[in-house]
Design a protein around this ligand. Structure first.
Ligand SMILES: O=C(O)CCC(=O)C(=O)O
Length: 188
């Protein structure tokens, strides 16, 4: 068992009706793409769709995310997150998981552009999904259920000493769709 907890915050940000409204509007306005990844010489299709927006270029997972303006909807979400945390973010990466078959495996958000020890604020909309963190020594994971409208904050220390994942789950347990927005501050 891990002997400590990662430095995180988990709080409700939007009520269920507002979260559903934002979810439906983001589904409709997103510029959703499913990418191919080169994994140890094999081409694999990423098990989720992505979109993004931000003021600066962000090199993420082997690709270059060019600057794109935030829509009024994304600006409004960012403002609520920034006001709640008293922090600024200049990039949002948006992941869309169509059901329990879509996932994101163990990783850290440790691209050099994020600085040495970033804070990442993660807003969940739609289907509730478990989210896990484990130490770099791969100890037993801690798990949270990320409900629609909740904000999960990975504070400094999380990307340095911990990995996180959104695990795959049986369709019978996770039949619905989820959108996750991670607000980041990319260094310029
Ligand atoms: O969808 C999630 O909650 C996790 C997203 C994530 O791990 C990431 O964007 O790095």
């Amino acid at each position: 068992m891990p002997t400590m907890m990662p430095p995180t915050l988990h709080l409700p940000l939007l009520d269920a009706t507002t979260a559903d409204l934002f979810f439906q509007r983001l589904l409709a306005e997103g510029n959703w793409r499913q990418y191919q990844l080169n994994l140890y010489g094999r081409t694999v299709t990423e098990p989720r769709l992505i979109d993004w927006a931000g003021a600066v270029t962000y090199r993420y997972s082997g690709r270059v995310l060019e600057p794109r303006p935030l829509s009024p909807l994304l600006c409004s979400l960012r403002e609520q997150v920034e006001r709640t945390l008293g922090m600024r973010f200049n990039h949002v990466l948006i992941n869309r998981y169509r059901d329990g078959n879509d996932y994101m495996g163990w990783h850290r958000d440790n691209e050099p552009e994020l600085g040495s020890d970033p804070t990442i604020a993660s807003l969940s909309l739609g289907q509730a999904r478990p989210f896990q963190m484990r130490t770099l020594a791969k100890t037993d994971p801690h798990e949270w259920l990320l409900e629609s409208g909740s904000l999960f904050v990975m504070q400094p220390g999380c990307q340095r000493y911990w990995q996180h994942q959104l695990p795959k789950r049986a369709l019978s347990r996770i039949p619905g769709e989820r959108i996750n927005l991670t607000f980041r501050q990319v260094q310029t």
